[in-house]
Design a protein around this ligand. Sequence first.
Ligand code: MSP
Length: 650
Amino acid sequence: MKEKFYITTAIAYTSKKPHIGNTYEVILTDAIARYKRMRGYDVYFLTGTDEHGQKIQEAAESSGITPKEYVDKVAGEVKAIWDTFGATYDRFIRTTDDDHVAAVQGIFRKLYEQGDIYKGSYEGLYCTPCESFWTPSQLVDGKCPECGREVIKTSEEAYFLRLSKYADQLMKHIEENPDFIVPEMRKNEMVNNFLKPGLQDLCVSRSSFSWGVPVDFDNGHVIYVWVDALSNYITALGYTVDGCSEKYKKLWPADVHVVGKDIVRFHTIYWPIILLALGEPLPKKVLGHPWLLSGTDKMSKSRGNVLYGDDLAKQFGVDVIRYYLLSEMGFTDDGTITYENIIKTTNADLANVLGNLVNRTAAMIKQYFGGVIPEASEKNSDDVELFEQIDKYFAKALASFDEYKVADALKSVLEIFKCCNKYIDVTTPWVLAKDPEMKERLGSVMHNLVDGILRGAKLMLPIIPESAKGIFKIYGVDVPEDLSDDICFSGNVIDEVPILFARIDEKKMLSELMPKEDKKAEKKEKKAEEKAQKKAEKKEEEAPSEIEIGDFMKVKLTVGEILECEKVEKSDKLLKLIVDIETEKRQVVSGIAKFYEPNALIGKKIVLVSNLKPAKLRGVDSNGMILCSGEEDVRIVEIASDVPNGTGIR
Ligand code: MSP
């Protein structure tokens, strides 16, 4: 009988459409699930949506629909994105599912009846019109952050979970199971920041809003959304306090909960304590993965830097994005996503290394052997070296996959393909092809290449499933279900050789990816800039031969020091500078990019027209102008380094 393997993702909030960071988690979990299936495990993969809570109730209210209508819509979007990326989940649980709601009510009731949940009062600062509790740090000028009115110190009846009762037991579990929380740094955070300082009992009910699972023995209270959400891992399998399904008995405890680093605390403190109180075993492992950043920033709507999986899949293709995310995101450090990086990785790894190898090999077999994959004869030292390397990297990839270090596994798989490319360089098939006596050797080389490619392709099945299947198809081989499946390919016929991964033309792609509005705005801005420049030039030409001293006195010139300097994106003329003028640090945009490297300007003392009307250049605010000489060969006007910042010039 196959060994079971139960793997879960966090369930995504349905307050808004999930971004590519949330999607990464599902792709990572899917890759592990696919890998485990190929290692002969009976895998159960759970994912879904977290649909209760005040935020969702408010989002629904502001959209003018009921919370259920709202979550139905977002849960549909979540599922569609997970499906687009080929997630092979077995159940998509929604916390509004009837079986889940009833099971959570049972859990809450049982914990209350056995005294692990008790009724107490929740002390806080209350805003009556908003019906909201606030903590002192949430207040704005001591008032309600929502409506600005006075808050009153008050208390509300609420239920609490006795975390303190189970803290020692949990600590012991963590100590005795060093792999319970991975990576280790996450474990240390939990132990040092939360467990060692001591646990406070947790408030596990709310009565200030209604969109939640009702406490079925106390009207007006809903169950805290994290108790509701965490329970999904067992309710999805048919756990109830009155008896469990066969599925639950078979699958629980989970082999691994895959979650983001921000919610490791909930999964390694609250969740185990709920399970300890229920008398159920703890999950074997909680894997806290790092975060995907947009460039160098956290993805957020307010920053306008959010990328979505459905868009990226349309722009680049599902496997390109799967590959990018899985190779970019390490085990501990945050990763980053930008269009430029996706293009670079795709061209370097998928087009140059993998795609090129697969297509080149297939094309050579067509050219030299009419498409029929030849047999191999005895191995020579090049062949032995090739397979030694492949075996080494294959084993390395398995070891990394087994620790869920998917990016490391991927690196080893890529090495397999690189070894094959090197083997082509060493064996020079095009030279062999010229000599009829070397036909057999040429056949061996082709055979060994296909062998190497298909070994690597097996390991690519969990990462880029559709493209990896495409590789087996090219060589006329059935897609293996298990990593240990033997693959026979001698004598198979290669017909068509589709391009597996085409190189992306970076410039063209980036210009296509820029949203139309951006392009329009950019054009408009450019025109306005040109117009302004022409006007300025004209004015300059028309500068009178004499001015009054008063005219000159209108211009406020100030000494400043350049603290920071960088190029303005998408402009080859403009630099963005931060200038220290003593009273403040001014941002200025200057058209001197052609004449200075940004770093060369840092620390220089310059003269700033500091009362110039603010302007926007290429969408970047500019508050002043730096004095420069010349037109063809522009130089900034420099001031002696001992003149203090902020000194006026007259
Ligand atoms: N609903 C809770 C989880 C409850 S699990 C019982 C939640 N939802 S979430 O939608 O905010 O996040 C879902 C998952 O995506 C979490 O594991 C979270 O850490 C992860 N990520 C959110 N932003 C992320 C990135 N930018 N990068 C990688 N993962 C990210 O938390």
